[in-house]
Design a protein around this ligand. Structure first.
Ligand code: CA
Length: 225
């Protein structure tokens, strides 16, 4: 999952970026409103974490601009404790959720995962496909009830494919989800992660469309046939 983090506080931004990366998100960090706007115009994100008090362009202004373009990008705003009016303005401008600083990193991650589920139309806690279950909140994957150990990027890749079952994702799209700005993309890394996922979860899980991308096919309900 690729996240745009917009925060001008260097220390806080660095901490949040590190925490999100550890949770398996690819993070792009913009430090002012204009940089964030540029990023939103050129990149595709699954989520945005947005501080409201920003140089150049405020978080509320950025949000109004984004919603004016009919973007449905899930947005969580970060606000200071004593600024109720800011928070209300942010929610009115189209934020989906908010956290008050200082906040707990685990809570931020839990809320981001909840936003992701909502935006994908998922109501349940975990994603299920055949005998495979992925739970974002605990970062756990199981097959037939047995926990399978995955690396952060393997998890992110599987999560992205499971959120869009039946939709083909190109290698470039998957790379975008795995890597943030400034991170070097290792060549063939998507292929390598897919290879590992197949080894751990079954060769038939992810289908390769040569020259196009990868897909987890919709489950065929055998009772209907
Ligand atoms: Ca700020």
């Amino acid at each position: 999952m690729r996240v745009l983090l917009v925060e001008d506080d260097a220390l806080l931004g660095d901490g949040v970026r590190a925490g999100l990366k550890q949770a398996g998100f690819a993070v792009d960090w913009a430090q002012d409103g204009q940089a964030a706007k540029l990023a939103l115009e050129t990149e595709e994100y699954a989520l945005m974490v947005l501080d409201l008090g920003l140089p150049k362009l405020s978080g509320t202004e950025l949000l109004k601009w984004l919603r004016g373009r009919h973007s449905k990008l899930p947005v969580l705003i970060l606000t200071a404790r004593d600024t109720v009016s800011d928070r209300v303005a942010g929610l009115n401008a189209g934020a989906d959720d908010y956290l008050i600083k200082p906040f707990d990193l685990d809570e931020l991650i839990a809320r981001l995962n909840a936003l992701l589920r909502r935006s994908a139309g998922q109501v349940t806690q975990s994603l299920q496909h055949t005998d495979i279950e992925l739970t974002p909140s605990t970062h756990q994957v199981s097959k037939n009830g047995k926990i399978i150990e995955l690396s952060g990027r393997e998890f992110a890749l599987l999560h992205e494919l499971l959120l869009h079952v039946g939709r083909v994702k190109s290698r470039e799209q998957l790379e975008q989800h795995l890597y943030g700005w400034g991170e070097e993309v290792e060549s063939n890394s998507v292929e390598v992660h897919i290879h590992h996922l197949r080894k751990k979860l079954g060769a038939e899980l992810i289908r390769t469309l040569r020259g196009v991308g990868y897909v987890i096919d919709k489950q065929v309900d055998t009772n209907v046939l």
